[in-house]
Each structure stands twice: as C-alpha cells, then as structure tokens.
Design a binder for this molecule. Structure first.
Ligand code: BJ8
Length: 389
C-alpha cells in the first residue's frame, strides 16, 4: 500500500498477501459447516460448485519455497506453478489443500494433467475432460456433458442435490459479481489510474473464493472509495507513467516480482490479463436459458487459455482490453516450461506490434529471484522506448 492512500478494503488484511484473506474466509465457511472443494483452473465451473452449496479453494501455488520438494518427484524442467502446487501437497504444508475435501481438475496442460494422477489417491479428485478445439460443435456438447458429470460427482461426494434452479441462480449471482468487478476495472482504465495492480489482484483473488452475497458490500464500498479517490485527485504512479498491460500465464506470490519491477521502473499496470487477474471476470452468462448447463458450458469454453487451439478468443479479448485500458506497452509473462503460452507468445507479439503498433515484451520466468536484475534491465529498456507525454 502506497503511503498516504487509504486501503480500498479495510478488513485487516490490507497489505497482506491475498491468500490470507481467502484462507480466513474459507476457515469461517468451514466453521459454519460448509464443505470446501479445491480447484486448479479458470475452467472450473464455479456456478455448479456453488449450486452444490460448496466453497471453492484455489490450489494453484506461486511460491519458490516448495519447488525443491516438488522437484524430488517432478522433472526440474516443468512449469513452476505445477512444481510449487505439488511441492505444497508433498510436504503437507498447503492450508488450502488441507481444508479441501475433494479436488476438481481439468485436462488443460500435460503437466497439470499428469500431476493430478499423482495426487488422486489423497483426496477424491474429479478430472473433467476439457475439449481444446472450442469452435467445434462437439466441444460444446462434450463440455456440457462434463459439467453435468461434475454435478453427479459433487452430489455423490457431498450428499447434496444440484438443481437446475440453483445453477440458474448462481449464473445470475456470477453476472452480478462480474458486473461490479468490471465497474472497478473501469477505474483502472482512467488516466491517471486511481487503483494499483495490487488492489486489483487482491479483489480478483478474493472473488474466486467468496460468494456474490459476501462480496457485494465489499465491492460497493470499493467503488465508493474509488469515486472518492478520483474526486480527490488521488492516483497511482505519476500522471504520465507508461501504462502497462500484462498478459500471459497466471501470476501470483513470488512471480509478482515482475509487477514490482514494472512499478519500480516507473510503469503503472492498468490491466492484468490472466486467470489471477481480470480474465476470470470477463464475458457473460446467458440467463434464463432452457438449459442452464449449456449457458455455463458456453461461457467457460470462451475462456481464452493457450491450451485451446486456435485461441483466437485471446486476440479478440486483447483487442477489447487494449481499446479500453490504452496501454503504452504489452508485457507477456510466460512461466518456464509453459509451452502453450510460450509458443502462443509469437502470435501475441505480432498482433500487438502489427495491429496495435505498440511495443511488446516477453518475459520468461519462474518463482526464483535469480533473474530479477535481468528482467529489470529488459523492462527499463522497453519503457524507455515509450515517448514521454
Ligand atoms: S485457464 S491459464 S488456470 S490452464 S500449469 S498452463 S502456466 S504449464 S495455469 Fe491455467 Fe486454467 Fe489456462 Fe487459466 Fe502453463 Fe503451468 Fe500449465 Fe498453467
């Protein structure tokens, strides 16, 4: 938190890692008797999980400290997100995994998919077969069937009933939560911007876990505080700081070193395009469809992850974000050994440079601090190419 600026969320967790707020929330829900399921991906159909009266816990990890434990079993040249997540489970130190009574997983990248096999015998683990050619009609049919199958797994595991009416209600709840979060993202689109990347990240992280009902007062209060900041002329960075859009792999914990470097180099991050950022809140669920599962299926198949081919939706989403947030530069963060985001980066670079005539930088990194100075040099160099305003 920048000195002199009041926190947007004043609940005692301001300035703390967002995982603390989420863990506290999950513990409270458990004490109230609610069951918790672990999730690993932006494709996890939250509306069905919530319709079963369950609370989702995000199990993707971003800490360097568990990589060594992960590498005792997994290959060293694997994505750090997978090694870190597995390392936490292997050392029995992940409170989010500990509180989860079952795990929901999807066949996204090979590393995650095979890691799920290694943990499947610890807790009930339900793997959903995610189609990866989203434009094919069969993809929609199959994904809808997989989401229905998930309902069956949750009903069997937690002795509950997932009704269509409850799924429909959760669709409406998600649309409302997304609407308010997008109102908050609108503030990041202002020049200068009154909201920091850390504040956006805190909210997007909490939004994965908390229900719409629990989020509503928080979000309404944040919107009021942001309006006040604008009225008071309070903003982040300098008035004419280079505006940065960060896209790519999910970034959290130790990987936020990249965000900190961008800020220290004088940039202001105005858009976080990843599953740990704004991506989870894009799009819209059609309400009052004859089959609410089809509505859920459509929305999730639209998630523009690099595991999809072709992933044209990511380019379309980038167009919308560039037009809204007016970045001066696009930085693509790729985690080591994430082949799909790494290969796709070439397309993103071409699209950004040729269609939008903006500078582009790809940063390949992991959770260690060994490359901080090298990243800093590259970030400083790209920010220097931006004409002063
Ligand atoms: S929807 S981005 S959360 S798969 S683990 S793919 S970084 S090699 S996390 Fe993801 Fe779902 Fe897609 Fe979002 Fe690469 Fe690592 Fe795999 Fe990763």
């Amino acid at each position: 938190m920048k000195e002199g600026i009041d926190p947007l969320v004043n609940d005692g967790f301001a300035g703390e890692p967002p995982t603390k707020r989420c863990l506290s929330y999950l513990q409270t829900q458990r004490e109230k008797g609610k069951h918790v399921v672990g999730i690993y991906c932006g494709y996890a159909p939250m509306e069905v999980i919530r319709a079963a009266n369950l609370v989702p816990a995000v199990l993707c990890a971003f800490a360097d400290k568990t990589i060594a434990a992960g590498e005792e079993v997994l290959p060293a040249n694997l994505c750090p997100l997978i090694k870190s997540s597995y390392g936490f489970i292997k050392t029995d130190t992940c409170p989010f995994y500990a509180i989860s009574e079952a795990v929901i997983a999807e066949t996204t990248c090979d590393g995650k998919k095979k890691m799920f096999e290694l943990i499947a015998d610890i807790k009930p683990t339900h793997v959903m077969d995610l189609p990866q050619l989203p434009d094919q009609k069969e993809a929609q049919d199959n994904w809808t069937a997989m989401i229905r199958k998930l309902s069956g797994f949750l009903e069997g595991t937690f002795d509950c009933k997932v009704t269509d009416a409850a799924v429909e209600q959760e669709i409406k709840n998600t649309n409302l939560k997304n609407k308010l979060l997008n109102e908050i993202f609108d503030f990041a689109a202002l020049t200068p911007t009154p909201i920091s990347w850390q504040e956006v990240y805190d909210l997007t992280y909490f939004g994965q876990v908390a229900t719409t009902q629990d989020m509503l007062p928080v979000l309404e209060c944040v919107i009021a505080r942001l309006k006040q900041r604008v009225a008071d002329g309070v903003y982040r960075g300098e008035k004419h700081s280079p505006r940065v859009l960060v896209t790519g792999c999910p970034v959290g914990g130790d990987a936020t070193k990249v965000f900190k470097i961008i800020e220290e180099a004088g940039g202001v991050i105005v858009c976080l395009d990843s599953c740990t950022g704004m991506k989870a809140y894009a799009g819209h669920f059609e309400e009052n469809e004859a089959d609410p599962y089809l509505s859920v299926s459509r929305r999730y198949l639209d998630v523009p992850c690099s595991c999809m081919t072709p992933n044209t939706r990511r380019l379309e989403a980038l167009d919308r974000m560039i037009n809204k947030f007016h970045p001066d530069v696009v930085i693509d963060v790729v985690l080591h050994a994430c082949h799909s985001y790494n290969v796709e980066s070439q397309k993103i670079k071409k699209h950004v440079e040729e269609k939008h005539r903006k500078p582009f930088l790809k940063i390949e990194t992991d959770y260690s601090s060994g490359d901080v100075e090298q990243i800093r040099t590259r970030v400083e160099a790209v920010l220097e190419t931006i004409p002063k305003k």
